[in-house]
Write a protein of this length. Structure first.
Length: 183
């Protein structure tokens, strides 16, 4: 059995990542489990032990760990670093924290954007919310706060997010409005 364990900082990610990433994870993994920490301090304390335990216990499993790049808890990002160098520094630090025997099955992903950024790029979600698709959603600094202001009745990360993310499609976001291909 091939399991992907995703380690992340909080509850929003826990509730939305599995279904959002399903079109991609189902190609390689039979199951996806999410372990959400209580913020980045909890992630800092526990990610190494949790990742190594999973990788040791299930030899066919993989682990990815998502951490907020701009609020990373390890203290490796210097104010003078650009985003690319900061990403590389956090990724290197996290990978080097993992026992060398398991590094090939561990991925560290410093995330530059909140998951709500994906919503702003999805035409189906934005139509559901009666809002225009944002042409450069990654330029909106706090997408959850933006949604809170723009949506009549508000947007709550815990409750409304689950409903909205169920309408979001990773293939539409990444293939149609690719946030990763913008230069």
């Amino acid at each position: 059995m091939s399991v992907l364990l995703i380690l992340c900082e909080g509850e929003t990610e826990k509730h939305v990542l599995k279904s959002f990433l399903q079109p991609y994870t189902s190609r390689r993994f039979t199951d996806v489990e999410i372990l959400a920490y209580d913020g980045n301090g909890d992630l800092k304390t526990n990610f190494k032990a949790d990742a190594e335990r999973q990788l040791k216990t299930e030899p066919s499993s993989s682990v990815i760990c998502l951490v907020d790049l701009h609020e990373e808890p390890f203290g490796v990002v210097e104010p003078s670093m650009n985003t690319h160098d900061a990403f590389a520094a956090v990724q290197k630090f996290m990978r080097n924290s993992i026992d060398a025997r398991y590094r090939a099955r561990f991925g560290a992903f410093p995330v530059v954007m909140e998951p709500e950024t994906w919503l702003l790029a999805d035409s189906t979600v934005m139509a559901f919310l009666k809002l225009p698709v944002q042409p450069a959603p990654e330029s909106i600094k706090r997408p959850a706060a933006w949604l809170e202001r723009e949506i009549q009745g508000g947007y709550k990360k815990g409750s409304r997010a689950q409903t909205v993310f169920r309408k979001c499609g990773a293939t539409r976001v990444f293939d149609d409005n690719s946030l990763t291909s913008r230069r």
